[in-house]
Write a protein that binds this ligand. Structure first.
Ligand SMILES: NC(=O)C1=CN([C@@H]2O[C@H](COP(=O)(O)OP(=O)(O)OC[C@H]3O[C@@H](n4cnc5c(N)ncnc54)[C@H](O)[C@@H]3O)[C@@H](O)[C@H]2O)C=CC1
Ligand SMILES: O=C(O)CCC(=O)C(=O)O
Length: 526
């Protein structure tokens, strides 16, 4: 597979990609036209904040499976287009947050103490100590907008300077405010009125773009100082210029602009604005961390694995992913059985989580089940990202339910798949956190450890059936690894599940199906 890297990531990250055996092309500063022309040749692209991944891009990226954003914000990536096409978008949301938080503090202190201005002054061979008087942080009130990963790191660091920290973030719990010792503000206006310093740490969304603008500067304290190390425009740039000219804002520390790269912003003309060209994440540590993390994530995503930082998938932290890993495998296997045993078009898929698994975050397991259901018929066109959409587009109802009671098993996943007025059922469990078992197929009970090749037969429960199948497989040089029979009533229909060491050809299946008493025989690849 081929990976294109269009922006600088750490050499260690490139090494990880290359060592995996993938073909890696690094084309920094590639022109848009050339990118659109060549992207059809690639399975994955790794970008930072400059490369625009939009609808036009997707139309050319016909073989693309993964977009890796080496960094945090994904506002340069159009998400809907990716999800519709089953392209998985991964980022590294934790890898550069310390650097961004420290840069925020740097911008705040540098602007409060006029450090860049004084530096320029003395480098111009002058020594006039007047005109650079700053202000202290201690005893002042810092208003944080967005108490997420970076906002909370900034909050704790500012508390270290003896500041009172207040925050506005309507989307997080009161516990999180308490955890960081931050006073909650119910609305932005209250935060703006009370703050001596305001720092924004939200993503750029329709709601946050321009959220600090003319109205907010009207009610802000005279001499307020602001920092934007999040995304350009969260503090409206025109309103900021105006408020600075009117001496409402005493200083601004800015790392991000609406249009980047940018060397013409009117903010550059104001002496009390200190500005860096989007350097928040530009440290040795953050870049190594980001580069290596994104490389591993892109490789996992290309292998079709669930990735913790997939943006267009349920959010899973590493620990959560570890906890559900075995259920992801089990769910996919259970799902894969349907289209290999049955041919009817599915109308409804009911997924029942029972016992300990019902207490977990199972949305990703549902995706694994759906991926499994469609994979035998859609192959690589279905993946975790588009599995739900695939079900929807095919008019299939997906119903999930949870039962916290334990039945015969500590945990159980059961699928009831309705097609043409019949219900196919299959259930499985996980023993000792990693041992998968199929325990029920259409009401026949088993304890089968699923393997890549399985034979599943319905037969009349009578003597000699097992022997005949064994003989035919033996003649075809197919080794049987395990064999189990499930039956409900003696002498009626039974089901045999055999795990075998190699693929079973259509000819061998035909021979088995001709055995008297065999009602149905199917070969399943898991
Ligand atoms: N300058 C740089 O180089 C870097 C910038 N960033 C940017 O920093 C920002 C914050 O990143 P993280 O802390 O990782 O994000 P996060 O997702 O952890 O936190 C964002 C917080 O903003 C809150 N929020 C969303 N809408 C809001 C609204 N209307 N009002 C108030 N709060 C709102 C959310 O509830 C969340 O708690 C992002 O814009 C990211 O792109 C991140 C890394 C480096
Ligand atoms: O240095 C970069 O790639 C941009 C960092 C950033 O803004 C982010 O990770 O959101």
């Amino acid at each position: 597979m081929k990976i294109l890297v269009t922006e600088k990531i750490a050499d260690q990250g490139i090494e990880v990609l290359k060592k995996s055996g993938m073909e890696v092309d690094v084309k920094l500063d590639i022109e848009r036209g050339e990118l659109l022309e060549i992207i059809k040749n690639y399975d994955a692209i790794v970008v930072r904040s400059v490369t625009k991944i939009d609808e036009e891009f997707y139309q050319h990226a016909v073989n693309l499976k993964v977009v890796g954003r080496a960094g945090n914000g994904v506002d340069n990536i159009e998400m809907e287009g990716a999800t519709e096409r089953g392209i998985i978008v991964v980022n590294t949301p934790e890898a550069n947050i310390v650097s961004a938080a420290e840069h925020t503090i740097g911008l705040l202190i540098a602007s409060c103490r006029n450090i860049p201005q004084a530096n320029n002054h003395i480098k111009n061979r002058q020594w006039d100590r007047s005109g650079f008087k700053g202000v202290e942080l201690q005893g002042k009130t810092a208003g944080i907008v967005g108490l997420g990963r970076i906002g909370s790191l900034v909050a704790t660091r500012l508390q270290g300077f003896g500041m009172k920290v207040i925050a506005y973030d309507p989307y997080i719990t009161d516990e999180r405010f308490k955890k960081f010792g931050v006073e909650k503000k119910e609305n932005l206006q209250d935060l703006v009125k009370e703050s001596d310093f305001i720092s924004v740490h939200t993503p750029k969304t329709e709601e946050t773009f321009g959220m600090i603008g003319d109205e907010e500067f009207k009610i802000a304290k005279k001499g307020v100082r602001v920092v934007n190390c999040a995304r350009g425009g969260i503090i409206d740039e025109d309103a900021l210029v105006k408020a600075m000219k009117e001496n409402i804002v005493a200083s601004a520390g800015i790392d991000v602009l609406v249009d980047e790269p940018n060397t013409t912003s009117p903010l550059l003309d104001l002496n009390n604005v200190i500005i860096t060209p989007h350097l928040g994440a530009d440290t040795v540590e953050a870049q190594n961390n980001v580069g290596v993390t994104i490389a591993h994530e892109v490789l996992s995503a290309l292998k079709g694995e669930m990735v913790p930082n997939a943006v267009n998938l349920p959010t899973l932290h590493h620990q959560e992913l570890e906890a559900i890993k075995a259920y992801l495998q089990l769910g996919e296997i259970l799902g894969k059985l349907y289209h290999q045993l049955e041919k009817e078009a599915i109308e409804k898929i009911e997924i029942v989580y029972r016992g300990t698994v019902a207490e977990m975050e199972t949305s990703a397991v549902t995706l694994a089940i759906l991926k499994g259901v469609f994979e035998p018929i859609l192959k690589e066109r279905v993946n975790y990202v588009n599995a739900r959409l695939t079900a929807k587009n095919r008019g299939i109802k997906v119903i999930e339910s949870k039962e916290t009671v334990n039945g015969d098993y500590m945990n159980l996943i059961r699928l009831n798949i309705t097609a043409n007025n019949k219900v196919f059922t299959v259930a499985g469990t996980v023993f000792a956190k990693k041992d998968l078992r199929i325990v029920d197929v259409n009401g026949f009970e088993f304890d089968v450890n699923p393997t890549p090749y399985m034979l599943i037969a319905n037969n009349i429960d009578k003597p000699g059936m097992i022997g005949q199948i064994g003989t035919l497989l033996g003649a075809s040089k197919i080794n049987i690894a395990t064999m189990q029979v499930g039956r409900n009533v003696k002498g009626h229909e039974a089901m045999m599940v055999l795990t075998v060491d190699s693929e079973v050809t259509k000819e061998t299946l035909k021979l088995i199906s001709n055995v008297e008493g065999i009602l149905k025989i199917k070969f399943a690849k898991l």
